[in-house]
Design a binder for this molecule. Structure first.
Ligand SMILES: O=C(Nc1ccc(C(=O)N2CC(c3nccs3)C2)s1)[C@@H]1CCCN1
Length: 145
């Protein structure tokens, strides 16, 4: 029975960026008139490097008031775009390609629709300028195959 040889004592780290951008809706959304913003939550590589060689799929758990709140994205871009009216926590579960042997990684992101208060005191936020909130993380694969 062939055994898989792991590279003992070797660790490989891969950087990722996760978070959201948001812009105000120009016109009220038909049917969901209380929605004020369109936003996109995403998991990406640095400089948009392709991460599909080690990421198999990404599950985004939205607030339960969204239809099908569990959004599973099986190929890049690993992102979900929606409209809404408020900020809430999104659970991100990154599933790796089986070869890496890594168990899934769970991350948490607080959706941001509005600029920080201090940004708007000094100078008002331009209406259509996206508000962004991203975090950087490094995934460490110990003793990769
Ligand atoms: O905002 C917040 N929670 C939110 C949960 C869901 C939100 C949202 O935006 N939406 C639900 C979705 C739909 N409604 C109808 C059809 S889909 C659009 S907001 C909290 C409350 C205080 C501070 N933050």
């Amino acid at each position: 029975m062939a055994s898989i040889k792991r590279m003992k004592g070797i660790a490989v780290s891969r950087p990722i960026v996760y978070g959201n951008s948001a812009t105000p809706l120009q016109a009220k959304k038909v049917g969901d008139s209380d929605h004020t913003h369109r936003w996109t939550i995403s998991v990406r590589g640095i400089n948009n490097e392709d991460i599909s060689y080690f990421v198999r799929k990404v599950a985004f758990k939205l607030h339960d008031t969204y239809e099908n709140p569990n959004r599973v994205i099986e190929k890049p871009p690993f992102e979900v775009s929606e409209t809404g009216w408020g900020e809430f926590d999104i659970i991100i579960k990154i599933h790796f390609n089986p070869i890496s042997g890594e168990k899934p990684l769970t991350l948490y992101h607080h959706l941001r629709l509005h600029p920080y208060e201090e940004d708007t005191l000094a100078n008002p936020w331009p209406k259509q300028k996206p508000v962004t909130s991203y975090s950087y993380d490094e995934i460490v694969f110990n003793e990769p195959i």
